[in-house]
Design a protein around this ligand. Structure first.
Ligand code: NAP
Length: 305
């Protein structure tokens, strides 16, 4: 598994991360197997959020860590905060309290990374920066980032924040590729030219912010998995062809497609199936060709001008 060196070498992260949103409801033995399978296959970055399973996902992960304390060595733990019942909350008090809640549930002293989960319309960047400073000063969080933020929102935060914004988690897959479509369709009247994110892909590359694609196998907004879905027959055929050519699976081909983009994105996969985790880890070592990348892109009903 390749790693990316971030924060001037202070942070080394596996190119693929395991998202723990769907860990709730698993037994401790299943959770143990899922986490160890990921770790053994080089996936050492785990993504959480205070709200996943209402806190149950972090708690279960914490149980596994408690039973296997050495797992924490070399593991990168990320959590997110700011989504509450019916509102977003990036206030100083909530950011600090939420991060402390994640630490307690995970049973660790320090989060490697904390992200602001969604842009809060009432956010005060100065307050957010103050919360980051407190958590960092208290040794509770090492690095910071955002999720679902556009460039202007990140700029507002960067103006106040003494720490680099290292990550921006965004939905991205062959079927949800608006941030790429916009660049391909510049100055045309095609739908792909519509600016939905303020140019977040190029912005993140310019500022050394790693994009973490979430839901890399889902179509729509949690519309279901496009793999094996007959509405995406052409995409599935293209993924199978690439998979066959490289000795990986179609699931793996999606990850190889994301990793082929030069932005060095870090997909957050949500499978809780150990076999799929292995398929994904294998695919992270494969570099697909330019022709294969474009064939998958076009097969997801994207046209080139
Ligand atoms: N920042 C945000 O706003 C945000 C939003 C959503 C998610 N996230 C993060 O992103 C992570 C991934 O999200 P996600 O779980 O929606 O993404 P995903 O990896 O696209 O989807 C995983 C789900 O698809 C199922 N699946 C069925 N067939 C599959 C196949 N062939 N290959 C892979 N998965 C298959 C998996 O089931 P099995 O378990 O049975 O394999 C699992 O339920 C989350 O855990 C969370 O950490 C962040």
């Amino acid at each position: 598994m390749k790693h990316y060196s971030l924060a001037d070498g202070a942070l080394s992260v596996s190119a693929v991360a395991l998202g723990c949103m769907r860990l709730g409801g698993k037994s401790p033995a299943e959770a143990d197997r899922i986490i160890k399978t990921a770790f053994e296959h080089g996936i050492q970055f785990f993504d959480h959020a205070d709200i996943y399973g209402g806190g149950a996902c972090e708690e279960l992960f914490g149980q596994v860590l408690k039973a296997n304390p050495s797992l924490r060595d070399g593991m990168i733990l990320q959590s997110k905060c700011g989504i509450r019942n019916g509102r977003y909350d990036s206030s100083y008090e909530h950011i600090v309290a939420s991060a402390e809640g994640s630490l307690a549930r995970l049973g660790v002293d320090c989060l490697d990374v904390l992200l602001i989960h969604r842009p809060d319309a009432l956010a005060e960047p100065e307050e957010m920066a103050r919360a980051f400073e407190k958590l960092h000063r208290d040794g509770k969080v090492k690095h910071f980032g955002v999720s679902n933020h556009n460039p202007d929102q990140i700029e507002l935060l960067r103006r106040e924040c003494p720490f680099p914004i290292l990550f921006n988690q965004l939905q991205f897959s062959p079927t949800n590729s608006t941030m790429i479509d916009r660049g391909i369709n510049v100055n045309t009247a095609f739908d792909g030219a519509v600016d939905r994110d303020g140019g977040v892909l190029d912005y993140c590359r310019l500022h050394g912010i790693t994009i973490q694609p979430w839901s890399p196998f889902q179509h729509g907004f949690f519309g279901g998995v496009f793999l094996g879905d007959e509405r995406y027959a052409q995409l599935n055929r293209a993924l199978e062809e690439v998979a066959d050519a490289h000795g990986i699976t179609p699931t793996g081909a999606v990850i190889a497609w994301i990793l082929r983009h030069p932005a060095k994105m870090q997909p957050i996969v949500g499978t809780m199936n150990p076999d799929r985790i292995r398929e994904i880890a294998d695919a992270a070592n494969v570099t697909i060709s330019r022709e294969e990348w474009y064939a998958i892109y076009r097969s997801a009903s994207h046209t080139l001008p």
